[in-house]
Design a protein around this ligand. Structure first.
Ligand code: SAH
Length: 223
């Protein structure tokens, strides 16, 4: 057996199932997506470790468990249209692509949008569409979405994203002003103009930078 296949199986059992993720479609997806293909070569030996890893441009691919936990919180059944903000390596988008019908993933850093695209194409995820843009504004052309996964931390829930959810749709998003930890929120659009917010616990994410996120400083100017 390929050593990565063995590590992937163990990761799914020990880091995901053992910690309480029960949704079989998520467990199957975690067992299928080749995480080693979504990290730089220098980190491939660490691809299945229980931690985030650097992917360049000062950004990280999230810890496998947090990806599974956030997707679990979206309550997907299969067949949905989902948007991800913060495509990064494309890993979380690939997990979503295993579960749902179409994935629209936005990334603000050009080289990472290219990195995500090439990883997803090489791994055969033709149902993921990557856009290089400010994701805090969403993707109007393809809205509304059944679910939205935000993979970077916002100062507050962006109005544009709330408005791009279907009624009954859910968004999972880290929100908070502390750079070290934020609150993971689930926002459900219960009626056209009514949203329910639940706090799922503390997480640590890189900042969501954009018009309805954190202001861009010179050091993180868009490229
Ligand atoms: N989901 C990714 C993890 C990405 S880390 C993975 O599986 O690898 C968060 C990403 O959000 C970074 O790549 C960062 O550049 C991106 N990001 C930050 N602000 C953004 C914005 N306004 N729109 C789109 N992407 C953004």
């Amino acid at each position: 057996m390929d050593p990565f296949d063995k590590q992937r199986k163990e990761m799914t059992a020990n880091q995901i199932r053992a910690r309480g993720v029960k949704d079989e479609s998520i467990l199957l997806a975690m067992g299928n997506v080749r995480r080693e293909s979504f990290v730089p070569d220098a980190y491939s030996e660490l691809a299945y470790s229980d931690r985030p890893l650097p992917i360049g441009e000062g950004q990280t691919i999230s810890q496998p468990y947090i990806v599974a936990f956030m997707i679990d919180a979206l309550g997907l059944k299969g067949g949905e249209k989902v948007m991800e903000i913060g495509a990064g390596s494309g890993y979380a988008a690939a997990i979503l692509a295993e579960i749902v019908h179409e994935v629209y993933a936005i990334e603000r850093i050009g080289p990472l949008a290219e990195y995500a695209t090439s990883n997803l194409v090489r791994e055969g995820y033709g149902n993921v569409h990557v856009l290089h843009s400010d994701g805090t504004l969403g993707w109007d052309e393809h809205a509304p979405f059944d679910a939205i996964l935000v993979s970077a931390a916002a100062p507050e829930v962006p109005e544009s994203l709330k408005n791009q959810l279907v009624v009954g749709g859910r968004m999972v998003i880290p929100v908070g002003t502390n750079p070290d930890f934020q609150q993971l929120l689930r926002v459900t659009r219960v009626k056209e103009k009514q949203f329910e917010v639940e706090n799922l616990g503390d997480v640590g994410f890189v900042p969501l930078i954009g018009q309805q996120g954190w202001e861009e400083t010179q050091s993180d100017a868009i490229v």
